[in-house]
Design a protein. Structure first.
Ligand code: PEP
Length: 249
């Protein structure tokens, strides 16, 4: 069973003060021994966060990366740069990137490859819209997004993925998937991973994301195929984030 991972996604939120406060709170926190923690902060805060989180259990992550190694791509940030400032993980294919910035499956695959090439752990986000779920296509959409990446990778690359199931209708809406709904999709993802390799299915952490909060995290994390959480809004409040971390222990 993978080590539980709670990853906070600050999106375009936060401040230098919040970075400092999180560094202090995480340094003082008595976290469960079997738990990994990560914070995905906006680009300008990566370097200060690397300093603030040094000596804590939290790893640092980026929220996206370019599909190019370097060059004339104004405004973009490469995987090498993320590594340079201490990031170990990076979100890829977050639904906001897919819908607001037009990243399709090919763009997601290219970014996963870049992350793997530079030694970052890609946290591959998958999720269906409400329309797709209501049409009975939710699971097929999620498995299709997974296959668009996993089919194209070598076995050793697949084994370095973290996967986050984030139903689009639950992100930032306050509407959480029920533990049973989330478990059912997680189990489908695990089954699909097992068709590549049983050991892969055992090894890849499957995170749930979508309005995970201090008061619903324990029930979600108690599901057999939910190995952790990708937390948006609640990762901006130290007490809530730490409470979610405690639920994962
Ligand atoms: C997210 O942005 O990945 C997310 C899950 O957001 P929220 O927890 O706010 O729904």
């Amino acid at each position: 069973m993978p080590t539980p991972l709670i990853a906070g996604n600050w999106k375009m939120n936060g401040s230098l003060n919040l970075v400092e406060s999180f560094g202090q709170a995480l340094a003082d926190a008595d976290l469960p021994s079997r738990l990994e923690v990560a914070l995905m902060v906006p680009f300008p805060y990566l370097e200060p966060a690397a300093r603030a989180l040094a000596g804590t259990r939290a790893a640092l992550g980026g929220q996206t990366l370019s599909d190019q190694p370097s060059g004339a791509f104004t405004g973009e940030v490469s995987g090498e740069m993320l590594r340079d400032v201490g990031a170990r993980l990076v979100l890829v294919g977050h639904s906001e990137r897919r819908t607001l910035f037009g990243e399709d499956d090919a763009a997601v695959l290219a970014r996963v490859r870049r992350a793997l090439d530079v030694g970052l752990t890609p946290v591959l986000c998958l999720g269906e819209t409400l329309e797709e779920r209501d049409a009975g296509r939710g699971e097929a959409v999620v498995i299709g997004q997974l296959e668009a990446v996993a089919d194209a990778l070598e076995a050793d690359q697949r084994s370095r993925l973290v996967i986050a199931y984030e139903p689009v209708w639950a992100i930032g809406t306050g509407r959480t998937a029920s533990p049973e709904q989330a478990q059912s999709v997680h189990a489908a993802i695990r089954r699909r991973l097992a068709t590549y390799d049983d050991a892969l299915a055992e090894r890849v952490p499957l995170l749930y994301g979508g309005s995970m909060k201090a008061d619903n995290a324990a029930d979600l994390l108690a599901q057999p195929d939910i190995d952790g959480g990708l937390v948006g809004g609640a990762s901006l409040k130290i007490d809530d984030f730490l409470a979610i971390c405690q639920s994962a222990g």
